[in-house]
Ligand binder design. Structure first.
Ligand code: IVH
Length: 722
């Protein structure tokens, strides 16, 4: 769009114009016409850097100064105001009135595909339509399917003259005033240089996911209704009555099709651009935001790709499906287009969609299904959790039939009833959850969810601690709790006993072999070897796994006891201070205060546990059975070093590190006293960036409070004396 030289000149000109802002407007150039021209040129350039490259070269403040200068100049010389001036994006006297307008060519829909087979079928159909042999390779262009509001822009004699929504495909609403406010849409573009007198471009107006979240946060704070998703926020913004409000919504436009282009005589010139790729490149050159061939933000993948054949398309779509959650924009699939315009012509159209293009839809993340029943499950600390039993439904590649309803408050606030149709969502790695119940689909047979007041397993009265949202069974002998504690005891984060999973524990429990966690260490392996589904080998493996577990450091044992609030971190803090686990019998509550990061609630829970004779007996039995209760070397390492060059700092790694594995780097950071963060937030102190760092780096830069280190700087830092 701008050559390096043009960019340098515009930058220098900006600086000159900025330094001459005051006192006299015309200190550089007394000719207001020339000055207005200069100002408009540099402002357009900075809008391009900002809105398309995401990489401004001047500050927002400086941009505002330039803009204000032009505004002041135009106020003084109204004859200089030209409708394409950057100051005319929003004209306050113009309200969006939404006339209906006819598109220059119909805006069709897309056919859908859902898997590799569908795409191969599409490829086969394309070859047939084009009269190509079955084994020919057709080149396709693949790009994200943006999930926003579809727009069509008309340029006549290099000026934006009209913008419209898709409407019914033939006619749309005129939204020119609103679209003029988007800095990613040039008000003028050099189409004539390519022999184009009039053009219609298609694209999508979208809102970045993080901007969407900010908009919703603000709306929530102001008591307004929030948007369900970025798409609704975008389509709503297209039709704002006041363009100034539309401007405030942070819309961006991606253009992905040159739908119509004629010369001054009205003859189509579309065939001057032989491939889809050529026409997208043209739009990029003219200053439009398009899906680019370079890496997508924060990604190893190109945003758009010209693929040599359908197998390349399939691989590209599948890679994007995995990357989709990291992309700053909401997308619901990919669009695949025959790259050659000549071949597109041979494919033609149905009344509904072009035969040369297809959408590849990502696996659905939302689905509706029926809530058949609610079960109340008792956890290892007695918390009673309602779990919805759903009619099984496919969601982003997995079958979902159980989802947690968390607590009584959740059920009430969402007015969820048994028999309801519910909307279930699974985004990224997030556990599936119920978004809402569809009250409008009720038949009258739905039943309210009755929360039990007694433990569903042992029937003890449930208790709801004042500061908690959950009801609890307080009977430590409750069968459900005993089994859950055993399951937790053997789990990966606790004693990590391989081959001793949930189903095995339940089976042994039902056979009367297990009454407490101590019984795990006196199982009869001869008997186990006789069981159906076991045998000598798996019994021997289980025995070996238990032998290994017996030697575990005591922090694992402490964690495995299911003391409420005692997690791995707390367990490590305690383990570092103990010669023997049973020393805790002699600790009073004050002793816990001496450990940083151990709060009064945790202290009380551990204190109570070690002042209960039954628990002491349990641990003594375990010690007799060979389980280690003495501090090991591993226990001596403090959980978070209070000393060290990174003491007290939180750290996060992003991108690919070149000299060490991520895990190794994290371990070094922890040993230097840092705590590992899971994401970029105000609480993060240090971000270490490797190669191809993406959104995390941008976010950290935007926050401005995070110290950003290269890999080398990080290494130098941890080698410093504290
Ligand atoms: S091409 C003639 N490319 O998806 C076909 N459409 O279901 C022109 N969409 O509302 C469409 N991203 O607005 C194309 N990269 C992309 C797209 C895209 C989103 C929308 C399109 C239409 C819908 C079709």
């Amino acid at each position: 769009m701008y050559s390096a030289e043009a960019q340098r000149n515009l930058y220098e000109l900006s600086k000159k114009l900025l330094s001459s802002a005051a006192p006299s407007l015309f200190s550089i150039d007394d000719d207001p016409v020339a000055r207005a021209y200069d100002l408009a040129s540099v402002i357009r350039y900075h809008e391009w850097r900002y809105a398309l490259l995401n990489d401004p070269v001047i500050s927002d403040f400086e941009y505002d100064q330039l803009y204000k200068q032009l505004e002041a100049l135009e106020l003084e010389h109204p004859e200089l105001v030209n409708p394409d001036s950057p100051t005319q994006r929003v004209s306050a006297d113009l309200t969006a009135d939404f006339n209906t307008v006819a598109h220059l060519t119909p805006m069709l829909s897309l056919d859908n595909s859902y898997d590799a087979e569908d795409l191969r079928d599409f490829d086969e159909a394309v070859k047939k339509l084009c009269g190509l042999p079955k084994d020919a390779d057709v080149a396709y262009c693949a790009e994200p399917k943006f999930d926003g509001g579809t727009i069509a822009l008309v340029y006549e004699n290099d000026r934006l003259t009209r913008a419209a929504t898709r409407g019914n495909g033939e006619m749309g609403d005129e939204i020119t005033a609103n679209m003029r406010t988007l800095r990613s849409i040039p008000l003028q573009a050099d189409f004539s240089q390519y022999g184009i007198a009039k053009a219609e471009l298609r694209g999508e107006a979208i809102i970045r996911k993080d901007v969407f979240e900010k908009i919703n946060a603000r709306r929530e704070a102001e008591g307004e209704t929030v948007f369900a998703n970025p798409r609704n926020a975008a389509t709503g913004s297209l039709r704002m009555k006041d363009p100034r409000e539309a401007a405030a919504r942070g819309l961006e436009a991606f253009l992905y099709q040159l739908g119509y282009a004629v010369d001054a005589e009205g003859n189509s010139v579309l065939d001057r651009f032989p491939t889809h790729d050529d026409s997208i490149q043209l739009l990029g050159t003219l200053g439009f935001k398009t899906p680019v061939l370079e890496a997508a933000p924060g990604s190893p993948l190109p945003e758009r790709k010209v693929c040599g054949n359908i197998e390349e398309v399939i691989a590209f779509c599948s890679a994007w499906q995995d990357y989709r959650d990291n992309y700053p924009y909401e997308i619901d699939g990919m669009v695949i287009k025959v790259n050659s315009i000549a071949l597109q012509g041979r494919c033609g159209y149905t009344s509904h969609h072009p035969r040369w293009a297809i959408a590849f839809k990502f696996r659905a993340r939302q689905a509706t299904t029926q809530l058949r029943d609610v079960e109340f499950q008792v956890g290892k600390t007695g918390a009673v959790t309602p779990v919805a039993k759903l009619e099984p439904v496919q969601l982003a590649g997995v079958t979902v039939s159980n989802v947690s309803l968390h607590n009584e408050e959740f059920i009430k606030s969402k007015d969820i009833r048994i028999g309801d149709q519910v909307l279930v969502e699974r985004a990224g790695d997030v556990i599936p959850y119920i978004v809402k119940s569809l009250a409008e689909l009720r038949t009258g047979t739905e039943q309210e969810i009755v929360y039990p007041r007694q433990c569903p397993v042992c029937h003890t009265d449930l208790v709801k601690p004042e500061d908690e949202a959950v009801w609890r069974c307080v009977n430590a002998e409750c069968e459900a709790q005993v089994v859950q504690r055993m399951i937790f005891h053997t789990s990966k984060h606790a004693m990590d006993i391989e081959g001793m999973g949930e189903s095995t524990i339940i089976r042994f429990y039902k056979m009367g072999w297990l009454h407490s966690i101590a019984d795990l260490y006196r199982l009869d392996f001869d008997k186990i070897a006789q069981l159906e589904g076991f045998g000598e080998k798996s019994a021997a493996n289980m025995k070996a796994a238990l032998e290994v577990a017996k030697k575990n450091p005591i922090y694992r044992l402490l964690h495995s006891l299911s003391v409420h609030h005692l997690g791995q971190k707390g367990s490590k803090l305690l383990a570092a201070e103990l010669d023997h686990v049973l020393d805790l019998r002699n600790w009073d509550l004050e002793r816990y205060q001496e450990i940083k990061d151990v709060g009064p609630v945790l202290a009380k829970n551990v204190y109570n546990f070690f002042h209960n004779e039954k628990n002491i007996e349990l641990l003594q039995t375990m010690e007799d059975l060979g389980v280690n209760l003495r501090q090991t070397e591993e226990d001596k390492k403090p959980a978070s070093a209070a000393e060290g060059p990174l003491a007290g700092l939180s750290i996060l790694f992003t991108g690919t590190l070149s000299t060490m594995a991520r895990e190794a780097a994290e371990k070094m950071a922890a040993e230097a006293g840092a705590s590992l963060s899971s994401g970029v937030s105000k609480n993060l102190n240090i971000l270490v960036v490797g190669e191809k760092a993406g959104s995390k780096l941008k976010k950290a830069q935007a926050l401005g409070t995070v110290e950003i280190l290269t890999e080398g700087e990080f290494l130098a830092r941890i080698q410093q004396e504290a």
